[in-house]
Design a protein around this ligand. Sequence first.
Ligand SMILES: [Zn+2]
Length: 312
Amino acid sequence: MSKEQLWAAFAARRAQIVYEAAERKEKIYRENPYLSKVDQEITEAGSAYCHAMLHGKDTAAAQEKLERLQREREDFLKSIHADLEPHFNCPLCKDTGMGEEGMCECFKRELIAENFRASNLEQALTHQSFENFDLSLFSTESEGGLLSPRENMKRIFKLCRDYAEDFENQQRSLLFTGATGLGKTYLSTALAKALLEKGKSVIYISAPEFARRIENARFHDEQEMLEQFYSADMLILDDLGTESRTSYTIATLTDLMDRRIRCRKPMLFSTNLNLEGLQKAYDERIVSRMLGHFTYCYFYGDDLRLRAVRGE
Ligand SMILES: [Zn+2]
């Protein structure tokens, strides 16, 4: 969906909500003839008040009558639980999509959601949540002086949940490293879900798709696409290292990281590469930013999918 189409969708949705409110109002008035009557009386009392004021007469009586009628109308509406106002989804912009400084946050959020509708994420979002995370899948046996995989996961899990809960105060980004099948994608998805539920804009994108979009934006001059990578509240890059890299994509990623770090907008990168691998795949600039601004989460243990296949 293009931006223009989204504006149109907003306008249509708003019109529908306003129409529904008008319908509700009409029905309430039809069922309660008192309302039309009291409205009429309020109009008359209002003119009497204005008339008195214009002619320099005492307005107290007229004002009192007007206020009494308004109060009676209010009380009546309350007594029948009347619901006359439109129910907008966004109280800030009343679903116009426009805020005081251009696009409202709700519009930006939907635009990002539309542009990054990763079908696999949508599917995963239905069940991959913090609540459904199963720590019992991880072994309790520790090796080589490390925490057991379960203890390690417990720690990472808590870090992610706290991170989402107190997202507004997060200064650092997250780096998930470790082999495939240890829950990196699951926790990234669960974090994305928790943030989306808080009304944050989240881009969740695989690194190969990210690289494709960057190259595409370069050749089609799609500055807006790039802007969204900068402006989303959270940027999640999955499977970093599996994309095809050019000096252009690396420079763009570096610039993106810098801008997001400056604006205190966190990122979550997940990768199968260790630090050495990252150093080989990217240049020093990217790795040094990761070391400086990312909290490092190391996933280890047995591949959960293999364990499932083996029936463990
Ligand atoms: Zn809004």
